[in-house]
Design a protein around this ligand. Sequence first.
Ligand code: 26V
Length: 821
Amino acid sequence: TWRKYSANGFEDKGGFEREFIRHVETTLARSLYNCDELAAYAGTALAFRDKMIIEWNKTQQRQTFADQKRVYYLSLEFLMGRALDNAMLNIDKKDAARDGLGELGFRIEDVISQEHDAALGNGGLGRLAACLLDSMATLDYPAWGYGLRYRYGIFKQEIIDGYQVEIPDYWLDFNPWEFPRHDVTVGIQFYGHSEKHEDENGKVKHVWSGGEIVQAVAYDVPIPGYGTKTTNNLRLWSSKASSGEFDFQKFNAGDYESAVSDQQRAETISAVLYPNDNLDRGKELRLKQQYFWCAASLWDIVRRFKKSKRAWSEFPDQVAIQLNDTHPTLAIVELQRILVDQEDLEWDEAWQIVVNTFGYTNHTVLPEALEKWSVPLLQHLLPRHLEIIYDINLFFLQHVEEKFPGDWELLSRVSVIEESQPKMVRMAYLAIIGSHKVNGVAELHSDLIKTTIFKDFVKIYGSDKFTNVTNGITPRRWLHQANPRLSSLIASKLGGYNFLIDLTLLDGIESYANDPDFRREWTEIKTANKERLAKYIKETTGYSVSPTSLFDIQVKRIHEYKRQQLNIFGVIHRYLKIKSMTPQERKKVVPRVSIFGGKAAPGYWMAKTIIHLINGVAAVVNKDAEIGDLLKVIFIEDYNVSKAEILVPASDISEHISTAGTEASGTSNMKFVLNGGLIIGTCDGANIEITREISESNIFLFGNLAEDVDSLRHKHLYSGFTLDEHLHKVFEAIRASAFGPASAFEPLVASITDHGDYYLVSDDFSSYIQTQEAIDEEFTKQDEWVVKSITSVARMGFFSTDRVVGEYADEIWNVESLDVE
Ligand code: 26V
């Protein structure tokens, strides 16, 4: 009977319409006569959701029965973007929906664009987590993501008078993609104190008592794989107050206000995503978030393991936990606590299990981003965990001392405890000590962590503990979904869409670079994508840009190390140069649209100044009649995943111009090249491997190398430097208030002229503008340009997260995929 009546969703257009109408009329209680686009989105999402849930349940059942090792990906950020289009494509029912919606009077694109982005992340780290989930499901790995269900995602950015203003992102009004699991709830303890008791056998037991309990409630999000029935789970924890005796006492005692405020305090834990990226500020609430999420996730993982009735020693054969940066490092301490304090394992046995379970991925070398938590804060919030951290450190230092007797300086350098005032816990060191593998995210980055920030640990553990897994992107979202026409052109030559699950097959299009018809179609698609962006720019900014201009795009978080200031100084240089030309000379100028987008951390004043300058330049240049289409400057407000899907396919050139050695990998570089855009970049992060794959003749590299950065910085500080004459002129124009009041931008200029130019803008400026001129020159040779574009795409097979997940699975997790059926 069960089987006979169980739901099975729809298969075709007619089935889709039936399910759509059923949901609009019953689930949403609306009539078809007042079904607007938002309701059409809801109806469509619910129809697809049903289809996904069925496979999701089966997948979970299959994984339970298979009883094999699973992966748990712990990340404080999952930058998912929209889910509907992805669901349609991954389960291969977009055509049915398009036709069905068409018959009902809707355009599928308009329906899709009703969805609010799930923006639970800052930038690259969060988006990587989302791409990895897509690949893990596509490759049928039994894998779960664990994160926090923030009520507010990354803020919405508005630009008012050229300034960034932050607006809260309340995204949960209607979210059909999550399922509250009120039955999966666990109390998480904070504060209190740690006590020692002796049991009847004289064994010392640690008990953590007192303090307060906050409830963690699970919300599950289905993650469909592409071309497979596997539908994995992303579990996000939401905080709420315990409705235990404690509260009743307060309510009963008439202390209604205090009871309500306790409740609000509990809900605050999962209220907001911290909008800093690459800056650690040590806020207590952030530490609470981290522990809340780690403890809830481990409770869930351990509970699942215990159902298998295996010996604890088998835990690492059943469970692999990957730490996305140091944010979940407390999970290491929490597992040790569970095993020792609750499950009565001996310290050493427990610790072996812990180390074999965890892997740690590092995503940055910027010193200001390396997490540290103050000892007094930990003592207050998590007293027992602090003791365990001290013990982990003690045993570790004993090991170091045995290996390198008498090297006291080494001991103090590698100690988890920094002897500062107050003392600090160095989370990256704890993560290294508690994991069996540590990886960086691109070759240069993985080499750098071994020779700089983690050098001593290579000496202690040997270099086998450290490895590289170069990042990637999911070709489903970043090619097939964002650029359907390009995907379909490629499929027409490769005889189908298999390249979407084996991206190396793209090499099959390389020979078509010689085919004029193919080149023409390729160009038409790029032009259409640029037209779509031009239309978007017109609608949102009012500026008209010509799709025949060279579209130059830099979209990413605004940060001095990413050097949007270098870009905008280059734009000013270009503007001044055009202004000084004769009408005759101007005829030779390659028209360009410089497009920027990205958010600054709310407290990052210099980054906000850069945004202000970009908008100042845009206001002047765009209304300069003498300039016309020769140069336009556009700042795209509130850059996010769904906007990236419009921007990425529309570039001729994109910019990846970080100071060498600072950008761990970068992933938008991969997205742009995969969509047929060329790039200008420094020898940094994954740019280096992109160059290796597509060859040096297809990329515009410039600037100093990572190995020279230290000596250049030193030179700035001790011997000063002479400013490049062109950069000097740019600064003169800014100081003459050509782009708004000079005082507003003075600190930005001074950071270079007076404060050591830490990011080497002056050192790289002349090679940057020369390379930009070379780009203009190349762009006029359209045929050669298109050949570069096609060749590059053909050689991008390496950068799929499918390859990435395979490497993690083989080298770090030791897990196998699970056959479907
Ligand atoms: C760090 C911190 C520090 C503590 C406070 C809050 C906070 C939030 C986020 C982060 C993450 C910074 C690291 C990061 O996003 N790294 C980026 O990771 C990408 C994926 O590996 C990589 O492509 C980028 O190059 C790298 O900057």
